[in-house]
Write a protein that binds this ligand. Structure first.
Ligand code: BGP
Length: 480
């Protein structure tokens, strides 16, 4: 048997998100999103970059599907822009917006590529932010419920995989606490916890919308950036400590979705800042999912400590001020761990290998451990890696991008995915982030994550070496 093999039914895909690639910001009745406002506000993105044009995926979608065919991917994860569907968030539906995604889905299916649709990848209609305070208000999950039902009703005959909210922690913490994402707010702990609750409610509404309107075979699960912890060495005590770190850090979001409760300890730590919960909320939030998607770029190393040990103080939980790892890495909404939790998160040495951005630390084991811990701690019976990739400098030399750093990243992370499969963990597929270089949020077009290079002057796409590498892995169904 060949080394690092994947089973025949393992899904290899690639991913993008609406605001990062589509462009066509003012076309076909699209409303304004909080990312339009934010990126057009001076000082919010590097060099004032915006997603007005982005990769022009909106007009070049045929070409992009051809790139996917060349890769041989079986699935494409894209996101639907809420402001294209319901331009002011909760008013009239814009048929032209729905039509565009309907055509996209048809084209994908004609190319033999399975559509995986994300309902929300951070581009909230600006009108909801202006009128209700966005995710601060319960009106937003209510509006989201209607939006989710609208897209599932229209596309659910053909789209069988749905992901409600991409990376809720990014919305909550990067958007409303640290402020380096739209809407760029800095809210109190109390407000943040309420925002978290509203995002979870939206998730629950979306799960119900898929059940109600999704037709037969519809599957739903969130694309979550659980904070992944990795034992510094794979011995019993460090693995146990890693599990404690994982549950402590991720519990405030994963426990409600998986079990319908907030962790008792988290509620106690939050005291008066705990979210207000209406009757029926927790049941809605815990509407059973078919899978969970994990967006994973790096992990954090954990070691077991005894209560006396003082390697702590380098914890990465809590507010942004406490972050001892590079910013631009979404902090969690957990409370500080206690000394007697018996684990410590190790600081990264300055010389630790990483991508061309501080936060993309090369921790390939994060895939294996992320999958294993989600499965073991929260009972998820099916998982996808919904995003994985790295940022490179990506120089074009004689028409080629020889991104050996990205190739090596993918080789190691894919081996880690294969380990999960080989050990019998229920990992069903993997999506490379991203199909092409795109608008990397506050870093604009500076941070390139694509396996295709995009010249942002001409919008020409060029496969990087990593695209050829990924295509070869897919073709041979093993890490080559
Ligand atoms: C994705 C974004 C990517 C990248 C990533 C970061 O969902 O669309 O462009 O920014 O998240 O992940 P994290 O928030 O875990 O740092």
């Amino acid at each position: 048997m060949a080394a690092f093999e994947f089973p025949q039914d393992f899904i290899f895909g690639t991913a993008t998100a609406s605001y990062q690639v589509e462009g066509a910001a003012g076309e076909d009745g699209r409303g304004m999103s909080i990312w339009d406002r934010f990126s057009h506000t001076p000082g919010k993105t590097l060099d004032g970059h915006t997603g007005d044009v982005a990769c022009d995926h909106y007009h070049r979608v045929d070409q992009d599907i051809a790139l996917m065919k060349d890769l041989g991917v079986a699935a494409y994860r894209f996101s639907i822009a809420w402001p294209r569907i319901i331009p002011d968030g909760d008013g009239p539906v814009n048929p032209k917006g729905l039509d565009w995604y309907s055509r996209l889905v048809d084209k994908l299916l004609a190319a033999g590529i399975e559509p995986f649709a994300t309902m929300y990848h951070w581009d909230l209609p600006q009108a909801l932010e202006d009128r209700h305070g966005g995710w601060r208000s319960r009106k937003t999950p209510e509006a989201f419920a209607r939006y989710a039902a609208t897209v599932v009703e229209r596309l659910g005959d053909r789209v069988k995989h749905w992901m409600p909210l991409n990376e809720m922690p990014a919305t909550i913490v990067a958007g409303y606490d640290a402020g380096f994402h739209a809407p760029g707010a800095h809210e109190s702990r109390k407000v943040l916890n309420q925002i978290q609750h509203h995002c979870l409610l939206a998730h629950g509404h979306a799960v119900r919308a898929v059940r109600e309107h999704g037709g037969s075979g519809a599957q739903v699960g969130t694309a979550h950036n659980a904070r992944v912890f990795v034992p510094v060495m794979e011995t019993g005590e460090h693995i146990a400590a890693t599990r404690r770190a994982f549950e402590h850090d991720n519990g405030p979001m994963l426990e409600p979705m998986a079990r319908g409760t907030y962790p008792a300890r988290w509620l106690a730590a939050m005291g008066d800042d705990a979210p207000e919960v209406a009757p029926g909320d927790m049941q809605l939030i815990a509407s059973p999912c078919d899978f969970i998607g994990l967006n994973v770029y790096r992990g954090l190393f954990v070691e077991a400590t005894d209560a006396e040990s003082t390697t702590r103080g380098m914890t990465v939980t809590g507010g942004v001020e406490n972050v001892a790892v590079p910013l631009q890495m979404t902090p969690s909404t957990a409370a500080e761990p206690d000394a007697d939790d018996g684990y410590s998160v190790l600081p990264f040495p300055e010389s630790y290998p990483r991508g061309h951005a501080d936060w993309v630390l090369f921790v390939p084991q994060a895939i294996y451990w992320g999958v294993r811990l989600l499965h073991e701690c929260y009972g998820y019976a099916k998982l996808y890696i919904t995003e994985n990739g790295t940022v490179g400098k990506d120089d074009v030399v004689a028409g080629r991008v020889v991104d050996l750093d990205r190739v090596e990243y993918y080789r190691l992370y894919l081996r880690s995915a294969q380990r999960a499969v080989a050990e019998g963990l229920p990992l069903a597929g993997y999506f490379a982030w991203s199909l092409m270089d795109n608008f990397e949020w506050s870093h604009g077009y500076h941070d390139r994550f694509g396996i295709h290079y995009v010249d942002f002057e001409t919008l020409e796409r060029t496969p990087k070496l990593s695209a050829r590498f990924y295509a070869a892995c897919i073709r041979e169904r093993r890490v080559v």
